[in-house]
Design a binder for this molecule. Structure first.
Ligand code: SAH
Length: 301
């Protein structure tokens, strides 16, 4: 096991039995139409292709990580998790197809690809939708919110990691925990992950989803993420999983100099923005691509 694997004792072998409802079934051909489907992605999306391929193609084994597919050849060894007990081979194979698709969609950061390979997305999806866990779509998680599509999760983390410190991230902040999936991915790439959710039942859902994974470096916080977490700032990176008309000033202030914040910004039309803190009083902004997220809302619910 490599260093990161030791640091994050997230052993899927240790997953408690969450019932057969969580067994990933064959991916459905269709795509859910919910927010967070980046429009750039929509054009070249091979979601159902990938899923169907993975269900038909030979599944070679439960080993995570050194995905031998063309698109992810350069992936560094995954912080090794074992696949879940219920369907280790199926879930691993389908997830590998998802990662292959992410590479085709332009995700280049091998550590991000490896983390996407390692986290069992199906454990964050409600039973009725679990068959769609590995298609490239956002899916409802209740309370009018969604789990983000795999592409946008990978993309935001990749952009955040492309910093002047060679991708090193000590402390990161996520606004909008939702079901906890992105926090789990982040936990493999940062020393400490703080994640804030404003809807109490979703905060509880994330706790429930993450508990069996035994991830030691995630801190879930119930509250208004627009205020950030001043008591533990500054952060090396900040990701917003919900779109506001602008990025809250508090979050800009809580970014370390040299740190990167990635956020969807806009109303009906949204773009993914990268904000880098250049100095105490100076931030640069770049617009990356169109996207579609649920709205960032003030207060708690
Ligand atoms: N990160 C999630 C995505 C969740 S969707 C994933 O892994 O898939 C976005 C979430 O942001 C919703 O749960 C929503 O309730 C939450 N949210 C919106 N405004 C917020 C705010 N001001 N503070 C904290 N969470 C917020």
């Amino acid at each position: 096991m490599n260093k990161e694997g030791k640091r994050f004792p997230l052993s899927l072998a240790e997953l408690s039995d969450r019932g057969s409802r969580k067994t990933p079934a064959e991916p459905a051909g269709g795509r859910a139409r919910t927010p967070q489907t980046a429009t750039r992605n929509a054009a070249g999306n091979h979601a159902s292709d990938g899923g169907e391929r993975s269900q038909r193609g030979p599944v070679t084994g439960p080993v995570l990580g050194n995905a031998g597919t063309a698109g992810v050849k350069r992936a560094s060894p995954v912080p090794v998790f074992q696949a879940d007990r219920q369907a280790p081979v199926v879930s691993d194979g389908i997830r590998r197809a998802m990662v292959e698709r992410l590479a085709q969609q332009g995700i280049r950061d091998t550590k991000v690809l490896a983390a996407m390979q390692a986290v069992p997305r199906h454990l964050f999806i409600e039973p009725a939708l679990v068959s769609q866990a590995y298609i490239d779509a956002s899916l409802p998680i209740g309370h009018h919110q969604t789990i983000s599509q795999p592409y946008i999760v990978a993309r935001m983390i990749e952009v955040m990691r492309d910093n002047g410190w060679g991708g090193k991230l000590d402390r990161v902040l996520e606004i909008g925990t939702g079901c906890g999936y992105q926090a789990a991915v982040l936990s493999l790439l940062a020393t400490e992950v703080y994640s804030i959710e404003r809807i109490r039942p979703l905060h509880e859902l994330a706790k429930t989803n993450l508990r069996p994974l035994r991830i030691a470096n995630i801190r879930l916080q119930f509250g208004d993420g627009m205020l950030g977490l001043a008591q533990v700032a500054p952060f090396d990176g900040i990701i917003l999983a919900a779109a506001g008309l602008e990025v809250p000033t508090a979050l800009l202030e809580q970014l370390r100099i040299g740190g990167r914040l990635v956020a969807p910004v806009g109303g009906r039309h949204q773009v993914l923005q990268l904000i880098e803190r250049k100095s105490k009083f100076d931030w640069s902004t770049a617009t990356l691509e169109d996207c579609h997220f649920v709205p960032l809302r003030p207060g708690t619910a």
